[in-house]
Design a protein around this ligand. Structure first.
Ligand code: PGA
Length: 255
């Protein structure tokens, strides 16, 4: 099995004003002066907090990401940020396709595809989210549903190295609900995603692409999740807002 670096990624969502973001960034930098070998750490604050968090965490081994991007380079797109803007603020990753953006903001597979391509062209790693709603899980068609999201969202994406892309499987019924998928559930779908990535990008690249699990991941379940062969870390919402919890997940992922 290829030796993929695990990724523990925090998605702060719409939490923390500038002062609270500075405080959390300081706490994280203090809690994680170094990270275990074989683990990478990422935090994705709200756009308004990115420069503050970047300044506070400069000395820490923690990468910075955004939660959204627009694919055009510049111009009259009120409220949006471009890839180059994110890059100039210190971002090396960007979450796209989160179910909250697909649901509340009506973003489509086509939008994700344009965002993924613009990010890769700019040298930012997309963290492409996918995941099924509860009714699809109950109908039993979730593997096809998720793999189709991956195919549509990443179609035609050109990557040369596996570190240029991260995929996060986040079953919607497990996000923010406290209902975690079991490690077996996570492995089943993450494994199927990897097979889809093999069809799309070839075996060698797909073997190195990180596939994360997200949805009520926390200190108590991270170890069993990352013990699964195709689960390469987690996209963490709620538990990423407390420095001690998030830091303990990083440590446990490295054990
Ligand atoms: P949660 O969120 O950890 O609070 O369930 C995960 C996510 O939506 O990225």
């Amino acid at each position: 099995m290829p030796n993929r670096t695990k990724l523990i990624a925090g998605n702060w969502k719409m939490n923390n004003d500038v002062a609270a973001a500075a405080k959390l960034a300081d706490e994280l930098a203090e809690a994680l002066p170094e990270v275990p070998e074989g683990v990478e750490v990422l935090v994705c604050p709200p756009t308004i907090d990115i420069t503050t968090v970047h300044a506070r965490m400069q000395a820490a081994p923690i990468a910075l990401g955004a939660q959204n991007v627009y694919w055009e380079a510049k111009g009259a797109y009120t409220g949006e940020s471009s890839c180059d803007m994110l890059k100039s603020a210190g971002c090396t990753y960007c979450i796209i396709g989160h179910s909250e953006r697909r649901g509340y903001f009506h973003e489509t597979d086509e939008d994700m595809n344009k965002k993924a391509k613009a990010l890769v062209a700019a040298g930012i790693v997309p963290v492409f989210c996918c995941g099924e709603p509860e009714e699809v899980r109950e109908a039993g068609t979730y593997v096809d549903f998720v793999c189709n999201q991956v195919k549509a969202g990443l179609e035609g994406l050109e990557i040369k190295c596996p570190k240029q892309l991260v995929v996060a499987y986040e079953p919607i019924w497990a996000i923010g609900t406290g209902k975690t998928a079991t490690a077996e559930d996570a492995q089943e779908v993450c494994g199927a995603i990897r097979e889809t990535l093999k069809e799309m990008f070839g075996e060698e690249l797909a073997d190195g692409i990180r596939v994360l699990y997200g949805g009520s991941a926390k200190p108590g379940n991270i170890a069993e999740l990352v013990a699964k062969p195709d689960v390469d870390g987690a996209l963490v919402g709620g538990a990423s807002l407390k420095a001690a919890d998030f830091a303990s997940m990083v440590v446990k992922a490295g054990e």
